[in-house]
Design a protein around this ligand. Sequence first.
Ligand SMILES: Cc1cc2nc3c(=O)[nH]c(=O)nc-3n(C[C@H](O)[C@H](O)[C@H](O)COP(=O)(O)OP(=O)(O)OC[C@H]3O[C@@H](n4cnc5c(N)ncnc54)[C@H](O)[C@@H]3O)c2cc1C
Length: 481
Amino acid sequence: MSHYDVAVVGYGPTGVTAANLLGALGLRTLVVERDPDIYARARAISTDEEVVRVWQRIGLADELTRDMLADRPISFVDHSGRSFYDAAFTSRGHGYPPQLFIYQPALEATLRQGVKRHPNVTVRLNTACQGIRQRPDAVELELPDSTETARYVIAADGGSSPIRGQLGIRFDGRTYEDRWVVVDTVVKRDWPGCDRLRFHCDPARPAVDCPTPLGHHRWEFPVLPTENEQQLTEDVWRLLARYGITDDHVDILRAVGYSHHVRVAERWRVGRVFLAGDAAHAMPPWIGQGMAAGVRDVANLCWKLAGVLNGEFSDSVLDSYEAERKPHVRATMNRAVLVGRLITERRPAITKARDVFFRSLGHRAWFKQLMIKRSWVPEAHYRQGFLIRSRAAGHKIPQPWVLDAAGARRRLDDVVGPGWAVLSRHDEPDAITVLPPGSAARPGCVVDIAGTLIAWLARHRAETITLRPDGFVHSSRKRIP
Ligand SMILES: Cc1cc2nc3c(=O)[nH]c(=O)nc-3n(C[C@H](O)[C@H](O)[C@H](O)COP(=O)(O)OP(=O)(O)OC[C@H]3O[C@@H](n4cnc5c(N)ncnc54)[C@H](O)[C@@H]3O)c2cc1C
């Protein structure tokens, strides 16, 4: 029997991000994954700037973004293919484009490659965890050929999480009746509009039509009540023909049926076991946030586990994981449901009114801002958790380009580093001083090249902030005491 600090069950995007984070934190980590290889079905196609920022912390953002498509146009189109609303996202200042398209198997391959940098992480593929047993000091994991123990377990074992089942945790919410056929293709020849995400808001049959990187393209179609899903997946050319796509344009990689869920686990922690990713929540894909939420989960949890295991904090700090993450997941889910309603509305009179409404307001800046505010992923603001109540606490700071002590232009997180940090507008012992644009670089300081961080601090009435390792503010002060 080997003894680990943390065991991660499931090596999907949540598990592999956790493995990278735990590896970088120096924890003795075991990963067990039931399947022999990466799940071949593409699933996620989109992510956002904050998620890429998490991957920056594990040193993989540059490599991952090379395989992404950034800032492609997004149109909501009517039954005739005419746009009634062109969405545009504005960056929240995390240092990457606000929205990026991905090819999930390629992304997971790069993340798995990243884990190989960490000799403290053991990965066992083709190894199903058959059950867990909690002891006061550790958790035993039953594997096919051994029993391993770990002080804590992250159950990143997907939407049907066997560990969630074993722990008897309810997965509250609903599964939609409509099934969707997801078609992934390889592009052979371009066609007009193939570079943009189009939500075909056609009451007869809504559809998603999205470029994905590395020469792929994705469509998603609902199975109509009168149709047979099996037949439809075998005859997707008929669905593609509606948009003028033939075997001249694409080769079909796969066509698979999926259900949409809106579910949240009733508890995310039982003793030493934490649910993360789809094991903890499942949401419809409309704003591309299922995988993203899993990445945010482990970005919140892993450094806390390290802190407890290293004796810096008490175990009760780990309760802040669910307290902080759950409200954001619920808010994100509500947005996804709202956008889904907009796209999948089937009553012709309502879709007509929708199209007219968006056409009349969609070009106005305030309306676009309102749409981002109401329909895009909400900014996380932890109101309770592992923080000290103050103006900026619970917010994630932006990540501008700064000049480091040597005058080199770098992303803020790369200068601040992976641990706790204090940033201040004034010289303070052990703090990094944030200097205004145009200042000369000097040791112990960063120059805020465009002044965005200073503006953010002023907006949050903070002159000194203590930053957690996940980039969220733990506490803030207005004046030097
Ligand atoms: C059609 C579709 C489109 C989507 N689009 C997006 C999108 O654009 N953006 C986005 O962010 N998300 C999207 N999602 C959601 C996203 O794909 C999932 O949220 C994400 O894959 C979940 O990752 P995970 O690691 O939590 O779980 P999974 O990827 O399901 O991984 C769980 C892993 O656990 C393993 N496992 C299970 N049981 C055991 C066991 N007993 N022992 C060992 N291993 C086990 C499984 O084999 C699996 O590899 C989409 C989903 C679908 C279906």
